[in-house]
Write a protein that binds this ligand. Sequence first.
Ligand SMILES: [Zn+2]
Length: 283
Amino acid sequence: MNNKKTFICLTLIVACLQLPKTGQAQATNDNDDPAIQRVAPFQVFDNLYYIGAKWVAAWLLVSDQGLIVFDSLYGDLTDIAIDGIRELGFDPNDIRYLVITHAHYDHVGGARRFQDEFSPVVMMTEQDWQMTTQPAEYREYPTPVRHLSATTGGVINLGRTRVHFMQTPGHTPGVLSAFFTVYDDGYPHTAFLFGGAGLNFSGVERTETYIDSIRRIQKITDIEVNIPNHPGLGDVFERYQQLQNRQEGEPHPFVDPEGFYNWMDELLANAEAKLEQERAAAN
Ligand SMILES: [Zn+2]
């Protein structure tokens, strides 16, 4: 190692050691580093592609009249989604709708950039639009320009593609979930994107709201495919590995109704345990 390199290395080490003291520890956070977070985009169904990062998802739904993107990533990670769309052979200028599952930075943080660069219609629930104008819960992000509010029973139609919305509050006051049809070599399956599974919130009422959301999802009995907004919540990469090794005639590894409803049971059990704790804390 020559002197110049030694100097640079020492400078970097000193800089890194100093970061936590100066309050910029996030600069060393692996979650925020696009070099660490980059995943090559991949096709999961005829009309659905993964364009997200390692820890947080973004999805591309392709219609005959343009593109629908679910979630925007944030900061430098938004490059992963935009580059992914291009690498897959699509044009980000064809994005007609950007659907935001909830207004935490990791899902909504890149929305303003999509609006500025590609002019899609951005959809969120009214409650989470309101969150975007209030102080951020975890981390600030560029405020998106308010477009449309999505409600339970609402749909977007784009060519022959239809996306149904459902409000599933709890994780935030206005979590937005969506269901739509995905095709496996032309064969249709019902996919569900649960917009906010995490229990990182507090209060008896919010927990009851979350439980009610899970119960309403459980009443939809024909969900076959879990499209999570964090890949770890639905074994996205493991299933994609299986998909690549799939033999002729084998089932599609993302088509797993039992896995989806088991996950809902698990979320419900966790939320009910949380409710007991919240009630104890409130008394
Ligand atoms: Zn969140």
